[in-house]
Design a protein around this ligand. Structure first.
Ligand SMILES: *[C@@H]1O[C@H](CO)[C@@H](O)[C@H](O)[C@H]1NC(C)=O
Ligand SMILES: *[C@@H]1O[C@H](CO)[C@@H](O)[C@H](O)[C@H]1NC(C)=O
Ligand SMILES: *[C@@H]1O[C@H](CO)[C@@H](O)[C@H](O)[C@H]1NC(C)=O
Ligand SMILES: *[C@@H]1O[C@H](CO)[C@@H](O)[C@H](O)[C@H]1NC(C)=O
Ligand SMILES: *[C@@H]1O[C@H](CO)[C@@H](O)[C@H](O)[C@H]1NC(C)=O
Length: 504
């Protein structure tokens, strides 16, 4: 369509040739389907920022020509990158093995990673390589970027494991691997980040030392592990603060693609205060009974796209917290776990705001809840403009839930203030449940409004049907007949809605 506007034929042909040459010189270019609001950084190497539309066009064009494009993303074309970056001859690849990493799974490779990062940080669009075939033990580390050049690619093809000795964690840390204050940062590859969380999950201090001693003795014959390493193994209990495995903070234009994140002590992947985030082709895996192991945690982040991702964990597959808006999640498999949740919001009388969230084309299997909104009594702010569509549930305890009385202790104080909930749409939610198909428990003082249900078909797993659909102070519309029938939704709006709410 763009082309059609250029009139003289010769110009069109020249332009096409130019596009072809440019595309070919770029090597493979990763194409992204259906993300109109994002741009592909592979294409930006050409001319820097500011020409999104045109360059995306080139990439899509090239995709059709190139048979090499595959789901793993593009291979960074070194030569092209160097010349285009104008840094004539300067290397753009930094392999952790060249900075002293052993990659034997025992030696402490933290310093090597820090050194490789320090070097990569100086070069725009550089690549830090963590090669396949090696296992790197890396202690808590921060890849910090306020002074780094933009466009760094963290090419993870090997495995990174967390230390299991309590000493490495001091009195407790909030994260293990952290990327902060970066612009245009991408982690991609076939590699794995393994938090070795089982030493954290069992609270018992007596179980843990056996495990550590086993792993030490099995490698003691090989001189890869020194005697001081063995002595330094602290057999005491892990600290009570459990770290998130991989956290991004204060960054923009973040992508995580292809990697596996497993066995985190706590949340696997977290984005805090980030904008323009993409997660795709990622696998997150930990046992269904591992405590508090959320899959992906979003907080204060906007323009987040998550797709083609499998999440199995012991808590929420995706947890969307305060300050998030424009979140789009599709083609995600969730389970085991607790489902996909917005909240808990408003804890300790805080204000929470979440808006414009879409969850669609998602399969949820064997989880506690399917799609859930949970808020604490006493909070303020709002949750609005939420769409859950094409959700296939299988043997989920409670597929559809709004809980404005969320409480993780035995008992919570009754309060009148609440996070306002409005504009919540459920469409095509189908499959099986084991406890209750629909549970809406809204605030007496601030009822849920604009709750709409379309094409709901939920069957109980034979013999396990315990409760009928439940609604409390829930207003909205049942747009089609549902299975089971949902008659508890109240039509229209409540008469007692407070005139002023705490604005977001
Ligand atoms: C944690 O406990 C489970 C079951 O109690 C056990 O199977 C597992 O080996 C323990 N893991 C560690 C690292 O102690
Ligand atoms: C010790 O090293 C040898 C080769 O150097 C290797 O074949 C063997 O698997 C290693 N053993 C252990 C327990 O790591
Ligand atoms: C092990 O760590 C604990 C704190 O986590 C500390 O109090 C203790 O002294 C350490 N023990 C050794 C042998 O280093
Ligand atoms: C909602 O979010 C999507 C991205 O998921 C964005 O394209 C759209 O513009 C947003 N809508 C509003 C009203 O902000
Ligand atoms: C809170 O309210 C519920 C429902 O109205 C009531 O059953 C419960 O006893 C109250 N709890 C407290 C601590 O007042």
């Amino acid at each position: 369509m763009r082309m059609a506007k250029i009139n003289p034929k010769d110009d069109t042909i020249l332009l096409l040739i130019a596009i072809f040459i440019l595309s070919a010189s770029l090597g493979t270019c990763y194409g992204r389907e259906g993300k109109h609001w994002r741009h592909s950084e592979a294409c930006q190497f050409k001319k820097g920022q500011g020409h999104r539309g045109g360059h995306r066009h080139h990439c899509q064009h090239h995709n059709r020509l190139s048979p090499k494009v595959n789901g793993d993303g593009y291979t960074v074309p070194q030569d092209t990158m160097t010349s285009l970056a104008g840094s004539s001859g300067r290397t753009t690849t930094f392999n952790v093995l060249d900075y002293g990493a052993k990659g034997d799974g025992h030696a402490d490779d933290t310093k090597a990673f820090e050194a490789a990062w320090a070097a990569a940080c100086q070069v725009a669009a550089s690549t830090l390589v963590v090669p396949s075939g090696s296992v790197f033990m890396v202690k808590p580390i921060s890849f910090s970027g306020p002074n780094c050049k933009p466009g760094i690619v963290f090419q993870l093809d090997g495995k990174i494991i967390a230390p299991t000795s309590s000493q490495a964690w001091g009195s407790g840390l909030l994260q293990w691997i952290e990327f902060t204050k970066l612009t245009k940062i991408k982690i991609k590859g076939k590699g794995t980040i393994d938090g070795q969380g089982s030493v954290w999950w069992n609270d018992s201090a007596t179980v843990y030392p056996t495990d550590e001693l086993d792993s030490v003795s099995s490698t003691a014959q090989n001189s890869t592990i020194s005697s001081t390493d063995m002595i330094s193994t602290n057999l005491s209990k892990m600290p009570s603060t459990k770290p998130t495995a991989l956290r991004f903070y204060g960054s923009s234009d973040v992508a995580v693609n292809g990697i596996t994140i497993q066995n985190s002590p706590q949340t696997h992947l977290k984005f805090d205060s980030c904008t323009d985030v993409q997660v795709f082709g990622v696998t997150i895996s930990s046992p269904g009974d591992s405590p508090n192991t959320d899959g992906i945690h979003l907080q204060n982040s906007q323009n987040v796209l998550i797709y083609s991702t499998d999440i199995a964990c012991g808590d929420d597959c995706v947890s969307i917290q305060t300050g998030c808006s424009n979140v789009y999640i599709h083609n995600v498999n969730c389970g085991p776990g607790h489902g996909i949740s917005i909240g808990g919001l408003g804890k300790d009388n805080t204000k929470a705001c979440v808006s414009n969230v879409t969850i669609r084309d998602t399969i949820i299997t064997g989880t506690l809840t399917g799609v859930r909104i949970k808020t604490w009594q006493g909070g303020s702010g709002s949750v609005q403009d939420i769409m859950f569509s094409n959700i296939q549930v299988s043997e989920v305890h409670t597929p559809i839930m709004i809980d404005q009385f969320y409480c993780d202790q035995e008992k919570c104080k009754n309060e009148t203030a609440a996070v306002a909930i409005s504009g919540i749409n459920y469409m095509n939610i189908k499959g099986t449940y084991t406890v209750q198909p629909v549970h809406f428990a809204c605030s007496d003082s601030l009822p849920c409004i604009g709750v709409s249900l379309t094409s709901i078909e939920l069957k109980s797993v034979q013999g396990s049907h315990l409760y009928d659909p439940f609604c409390w102070e829930t207003y909205g519309e049942l747009k089609t007949t549902s299975e089971p029938p949902i008659s508890c939704l109240q039509k229209g709006k409540p008469s007692n809605l407070p005139s002023q709410l705490v604005p977001c």
